[in-house]
Design a protein around this ligand. Structure first.
Ligand code: NAD
Length: 265
C-alpha cells in the first residue's frame, strides 16, 4: 500500500504525457491515490479520457480557470462522485507570447499582464476558495512555480511577475486554510526547466535547458523527479510542511552564476 492510499486528488494541467502534471499523476497513482483530472477545451476531451484511464480514472472535467463559473461548476460536478476529497494540484500557466519573449518592457502591456496573472496566479487561490467546502481535514494543495519568480531570467519577463504573485499566494493560502484548524496545507514546487508545451512558448527555452544541465546534479530534472516530490508533499508524510516553495531543480537555484562544469573547464 502506497503512502497516498485512501487519498482522493484532483490533478489539473495534464495536456500531454510530457506535462509536469502527468508526472505528478504517475507518482500519486503509484502511491495509491485515486485521481480526477481537469483540462481545458472540448477538443482535448478524448486525449484526457485516455490519460485518465492510464490512472484508472473516469473523472475528467473541462474547466477554463479564467472563469469563476467554470471553477465552481467543476467542484460541484466533482462532488457528485467525491462528496469530499483530499486536495488538488494546480499545474497551470499561461502568458501571451509577447509577455515571455525579448525585452521585458517592450513586451509589457496591460492586457498580457492581466491574462498572465489571471490564469497563472489568481486561479490557484480561486480554486482553493471554490474547493474549500469539499476539502477533508489534512488536505494538501500544490502549485508549480519557477525560479523566474525570484531572479531575472532571460525572456521569462511578465511570467516571472505572475509566479511571484503565485508564490505569495502559497503563503497567504497556507495561513488562511491552516487557521481552519484541520491541518490543511499549501505548498509550491519550483521546478527546473522541462521541455513541455507551455515551456516551448518561452523564447530560447533550449538555452535555459542547457544552462540548468550544468546544475549540481549535472542533468535536467524530469517530470518523474517533480512527481515524486509532489506525491510526498501531497501526503501525510509532509504533514509538517506548509507555506513552502520546494526546489526540484537539481540545485541550480543555489549555484546560479557560480558554477564551473569540469567538462568545459
Ligand atoms: P503543459 O503545457 O504541459 O501544462 C500547462 C497546462 O496549463 C496545460 O494543461 C494547459 O491546458 C493549462 N492551462 C493553460 N491555460 C489554462 C486555462 N485558462 N484553464 C485551465 N488550464 C489552463 O506545461 P507544464 O510545463 O507541465 O506546465 C505546468 C506548470 O508547471 C505551469 O504552471 C508552469 O509554469 C510550471 N512550470 C513549468 C516548468 C517547465 O520548465 N516546464 C518549470 C517550472 C514551472
Amino acid at each position: 500500500m502506497g503512502f497516498l492510499a485512501g487519498k482522493k486528488l484532483l490533478i489539473t494541467g495534464v495536456l500531454s504525457n510530457r506535462s509536469i502534471a502527468y508526472g505528478i499523476a504517475k507518482a500519486c497513482h503509484a502511491q495509491g491515490a485515486e485521481l480526477a483530472f481537469s483540462y481545458v477545451g472540448e477538443r482535448f476531451k478524448d486525449r484526457i479520457t485516455e490519460f485518465a484511464a492510464d490512472f484508472d480514472s473516469k473523472l475528467i472535467f473541462d474547466c477554463d480557470v479564467g472563469s469563476d463559473e467554470q471553477i465552481n461548476q467543476m467542484f460541484t460536478d466533482l462532488s457528485a462522485s467525491w462528496p469530499t476529497f483530499d486536495g488538488f494540484v494546480h499545474s497551470i500557466g499561461f502568458a501571451p507570447r509577447e509577455a515571455i519573449a525579448g525585452d521585458f518592457l517592450e513586451g509589457l502591456n496591460r492586457e498580457s499582464f492581466r491574462i498572465a496573472h489571471d490564469i497563472s496566479a489568481y486561479s490557484f487561490p480561486a480554486m482553493a476558495k471554490a474547493a474549500l467546502p469539499y476539502l477533508n481535514p489534512k488536505s494538501a494543495l500544490l502549485t508549480l512555480t519557477y525560479l523566474g519568480a525570484l531572479r531575472v531570467l532571460p525572456n521569462y519577463n511578465t511570467m516571472g511577475l505572475a509566479k511571484a504573485s503565485l508564490e505569495a499566494s502559497v503563503r497567504y493560502l497556507a495561513e488562511s486554510l491552516g487557521n481552519k484548524g484541520t491541518g490543511m496545507r499549501v505548498n509550491g514546487i519550483s521546478a527546473g526547466p522541462i521541455k513541455t508545451l507551455a515551456a516551448s512558448g518561452i523564447k530560447d527555452f533550449g538555452k535555459m535547458l542547457k544552462a540548468t544541465a550544468a546544475s549540481p546534479i549535472r542533468r535536467n530534472v524530469t517530470i518523474e523527479d517533480v512527481g515524486n516530490v509532489a506525491a510526498f508533499l501531497l501526503s501525510d508524510l509532509a504533514g509538517g510542511v506548509s507555506a513552502e516553495i520546494t526546489y526540484v531543480d537539481g540545485g541550480f537555484s543555489q549555484v546560479v552564476g557560480g558554477i564551473t562544469d569540469p567538462a568545459e573547464a
